[in-house]
Design a protein around this ligand. Structure first.
Ligand SMILES: N=c1c2ncn([C@@H]3O[C@H](COP(=O)(O)OP(=O)(O)OP(=O)(O)O)[C@@H](O)[C@H]3O)c2ncn1[C@@H]1O[C@H](COP(=O)(O)O)[C@@H](O)[C@H]1O
Length: 157
């Protein structure tokens, strides 16, 4: 069962700020002071952008499809929304396999946007996802898999 968590947007912690400040992107900017950074340290630490995008997409529900791409997608129904998410995911993995980092970044943003549209359509809240990620935090995937009940492969009869 999913643990209920506060619906308040979590604050940016010192850990978040430290992680953003020591990220490779920040180091690159520091190493080249003359370069104009396209992303600021504050933007890197902006972990709430997904929350804002989710709220915006949610607010598009039932609005004029000619004015909003999200409204148009949401009006087309679950199958079409899921299909679009799948297409974006495939485009994303193609770029990953090809080793094209810039395209992978762009496609990843598409995947996140279309995932949000799919969650809004399904009535799943981002907090539900955050709660599941928190539940998994610190649990090794290998240990978790090993702890699963063994499937009984013996045939009956
Ligand atoms: N992140 C995105 C985003 N990424 C991609 N897209 C749009 O997705 C569309 C992709 O075009 P495609 O041809 O792949 O898809 P399609 O038009 O559905 O085509 P078919 O299914 O008919 O083939 C383009 O119109 C893109 O602009 C996005 N549209 C909106 N957002 C975000 O959503 C917010 C709200 O947008 P609106 O709902 O349009 O106001 C924006 O401020 C953005 O932050």
């Amino acid at each position: 069962m999913i643990k209920k968590v506060s619906t308040k947007t979590p604050p940016v912690t010192q850990q978040d700020k430290k992680a953003a400040a020591t990220s490779p992107a920040k180091k690159k900017v520091t190493a080249k002071p003359k370069a104009v950074p396209t992303v600021t340290a504050e933007q890197l630490a902006d972990v709430h952008i997904l929350e804002r995008l989710f709220t915006l997409v949610e607010s598009r529900k039932g609005t004029d499809p000619s004015l909003s791409h999200s409204a148009r997608l949401l009006s087309r129904g679950t199958s079409k929304i899921a299909q679009k998410f799948g297409e974006e995911a495939v485009e994303c993995l193609i770029e990953a396999v090809a080793g094209r980092k810039d395209e992978l970044i762009s496609e990843s943003a598409d995947v996140l946007y279309h995932l949000i549209v799919m969650l809004v359509d399904s009535g799943v809240q981002l907090n539900d996802i955050w709660a599941e990620l928190h539940r998994r935090e610190g649990i090794s995937g290998i240990a978790e898999k090993a702890s699963r009940p063994k499937k009984n492969l013996s045939k009956k009869g």
